[in-house]
Design a protein around this ligand. Structure first.
Ligand code: DQA
Length: 147
């Protein structure tokens, strides 16, 4: 199975960026860990981090009929992007939305997501572990493991 991991703007700054909110791990370390976990699940993991909305949209379009599941942390685009919502709807690929921080505990403008109502699930506030939990859930779904 093929899984696409997408990370939005400023997540390339993880480790340096507001570590008290987002943790000390770099995105590279997080993706490395996830790649190992994906392998154990027999899942092929492709990753893109971009600060550009267009790149993220184009990557979602390329995933059409190629990718079985998406894990996305849209970062600030979560709260602004109808275009990313429409892109995901256009390819009809199930996805889990992940946020490192608990967005509901933060500023009001972070409480609304353009993606949550069309996501399979939303994980927030568990730091980088959230990605692993999302991968675990995706793998169980793809490998038809029932609990
Ligand atoms: C974030 C939360 C967003 O509100 C913020 O804009 C981010 C990161 C998170 O992972 O906690 O850039 O998606």
């Amino acid at each position: 199975h093929n899984l696409l991991l997408l990370n939005g703007p400023n997540l390339n700054m993880l480790g340096k960026r507001e570590p008290e909110i987002y943790g000390k791990e770099t995105l590279e370390q997080i993706v490395e860990k996830l790649s190992v976990e994906a392998e154990q699940f027999n899942i092929q993991l492709d990753h893109l981090q971009s600060n550009s909305e267009a790149d993220i949209i184009n990557k979602i379009h390329q995933a059409f009929q190629q990718v079985d599941f998406i894990i996305i942390n849209p970062a600030a685009f979560t709260h602004t992007s109808v275009a990313i919502r429409d892109a995901i709807l256009s390819v009809n690929i199930p996805f889990i939305e992940v946020h490192l921080s608990n967005v509901h505990k933060r500023e009001k403008f972070r409480h609304h997501s353009y993606l949550s109502d069309i996501a399979e699930a939303v994980i927030c506030g568990l730091g980088s572990k959230g990605y692993s939990y999302a991968l675990d859930a995706a793998a169980r779904k793809l490998n038809s493991i029932n609990e």
